[in-house]
Every structure is written in structure tokens, then in C-alpha cells.
Design a protein. Structure first.
Length: 114
């Protein structure tokens, strides 16, 4: 069930999410996997602002194809899907030719570009 975060808490939570996204590239694989799992849990419970949602998707794209990080990454994007499908699709469509194979798109229950 989604819950609203009090305004005072939202700034703190948003900063933590932004820091987590920015630090994924520097983390060891297991730590990054855990961070993605926590972020998916947060995305299921808290309506993210548009900037945070956009940042999460853009930051996540380079991890497609990684044998350990792709499953929690897919989980994170699916957790965001109900509220941010348009943003996720836009990023995947623009960056997909370089980073995401068309065969990967059905995993997100989105239409595939012809």
C-alpha cells in the first residue's frame, strides 16, 4: 500500500535516494544489489517526485545485462511502473538502442518500438 511521506521527511528521503543512485557505480556488486532492493521497496511505498523517478531510470539503464544487477533493477522499474510508465518508457526508448535490447522490453509490460 502506498503511503504519503510527511513533507519534512520527504526532503530527507529524496536526498537518500539521490545519493544511492549516484553511488551505485562505485559500489561492489552485492552492495549495489541490496541498494536496488531497498529502492524498489521504497518505490512501492512512496510516491516519488518526477525528478527522482527520472534520475532512477536514467541511472539504472547502464546496469542492463549485468548478471547480478539486472534482476533487482527490473524489480525496481516494475515497482515504479504504475506511476511512472511514461517516463520509464521514454528513457528506455531513447537509450534502448544502445543499452536495452528490444527483447528486454516485454519484461516491463510496455509496447515494443517497431
Amino acid at each position: 500500500m502506498r503511503q504519503r511521506v510527511r513533507d519534512g521527511s520527504w526532503v530527507h528521503l529524496s536526498r537518500i535516494l539521490s545519493d544511492a543512485v549516484g553511488s551505485l557505480r562505485g559500489l561492489e556488486v552485492e552492495a549495489a544489489r541490496r541498494v536496488l532492493g531497498v529502492m524498489a521497496t521504497v518505490a512501492r511505498c512512496v510516491p516519488l517526485d518526477d525528478g527522482t523517478a527520472w534520475g532512477l531510470v536514467v541511472s539504472a539503464v547502464p546496469f542492463f545485462g549485468h548478471p547480478v544487477l539486472e534482476p533487482p533493477l527490473v524489480d525496481l522499474l516494475q515497482a515504479m511502473m504504475s506511476m511512472y510508465a511514461d517516463k520509464i518508457w521514454l528513457v528506455l526508448a531513447k537509450l534502448g538502442s544502445a543499452n536495452v535490447a528490444p527483447a528486454d522490453m516485454p519484461a516491463f509490460e510496455l509496447p515494443v518500438l517497431a
